[in-house]
Design a protein around this ligand. Sequence first.
Ligand SMILES: Nc1nc2c(ncn2[C@@H]2O[C@H](COP(=O)(O)OP(=O)(O)OP(=O)(O)O)[C@@H](O)[C@H]2O)c(=O)[nH]1
Length: 328
Amino acid sequence: MSNDQSAMNELHWLIDMVQTIEVGLVVLDRHYNIQLWNGFMENHSGVSPNSIKGQNLFTRFPDLPATWLKQKMESVFMLKNRAFISWEQRPYVFQFKNYRPITGRADYMYQNVTLLPLASLTGQVTHISVIIYDVTDIAINKLQLKAANEQLERLSQTDGLTQLHNRRHWQECLDHEYDMYTRYSGMASLVMIDIDNFKHINDSYGHLAGDKVIQHIAHLLSQSLRETDCAGRYGGEEFAVVLPKTSGADAMNFTERLREKIAASVIVYESLKISVTVSLGVCEIGSHITSSSSWISCSDKALYEAKQKGRNCSVLHTSTTAKKISQT
Ligand SMILES: Nc1nc2c(ncn2[C@@H]2O[C@H](COP(=O)(O)OP(=O)(O)OP(=O)(O)O)[C@@H](O)[C@H]2O)c(=O)[nH]1
């Protein structure tokens, strides 16, 4: 076979491969007019190479992010360097429908795109090649993994019965608030909440009814919170709330509103109607609080006093609260 014939063969094979390869190939001239449009592009856009050759890319595809893409392409022409566009930066450049059976959940094809400068024999970059990789499978797997990890993290921070923060995660919120106080001072209050005579509820109506009561109170508590408040299930029938930027007096308004709401509500369990009350202890952060555990301890003392006072009430921790407790 002559050299000419062999070169012709190679060219023929190359053209064949360019047309059939599972990667999008487009060649543009300096004015973004399309010079090459391979089979992949035809299959996914529905536009044939013959009908698009010579047409301006941005006129033909007005949905393309023209300003952003032209800026990238200009830098390829000027600097004679490759540029990459990742699906994580922009899910796709060409809006092609996703037809992959496994990743059918994605509406559009995720794409990685390479912009390649094409030099003429004189070394001038007169054209660029746009190479489009379908990375839908990789993107969907990565997004699913990310969603699963986020879900796992949420579950590891959440109490299963109440959907409030679990104790470990709540403790992190408390420690954070305490650290903020030591660094910047400012105001914050801690509230401990305990259901009154809960053992009696369990004993009279059973544990499932008891669980329903815990859920009901957690629900009323969640409804009463601000976005920045952090509520957790501290123990069996005990809840704890960190109220940032809240004075003790304001926290008492919060606890009294919540207490009244709980006392006025009725829990329906099977054919039973159950009423409950809660006792609440409040402690505003201040110089007497030397650690997050001493903050809990002072709120606990106030809660203990609320129980001593006959339950169904809120008590604000003061120096006398501490004294009374130490006398008992
Ligand atoms: N149903 C149910 N009961 C729980 C759960 N966690 C703890 N308890 C029960 O809650 C009860 C708490 O009782 P106590 O600590 O004696 O206090 P109390 O009866 O609420 O009395 P006061 O707090 O003094 O008003 C115990 O009987 C625990 O078994 C839970 O997740 N579900």
